[in-house]
Design a binder for this molecule. Structure first.
Ligand SMILES: [Zn+2]
Length: 69
């Protein structure tokens, strides 16, 4: 069974595992896009699944999306 994350746990994860900051204050599920602030100051949004599992933990300027082959 998949772990259910709370916004507090996500906030901690973001602090511990990235240089970004979580801006969203509510979490409604894995398909929801969360607001983040990158270390460079840019805001970006991403689902927590992508953030956590795909290691997309920065904005698209600091971490450009990988070109698909
Ligand atoms: Zn950035």
């Amino acid at each position: 069974m998949t772990k259910r994350w709370t916004i507090t746990e996500i906030d901690k994860f973001v602090q511990n595992h990235s240089e970004s900051t979580l801006l969203s204050t509510e979490y409604h599920g894995f398909s929801q896009k969360l607001q983040f602030k990158c270390a460079c100051g840019s805001h970006f949004e991403k689902t927590f699944t992508k953030f956590k599992n795909n290691h997309q933990r920065k904005c698209e300027i600091c971490q450009p999306p990988k070109p698909s082959r």
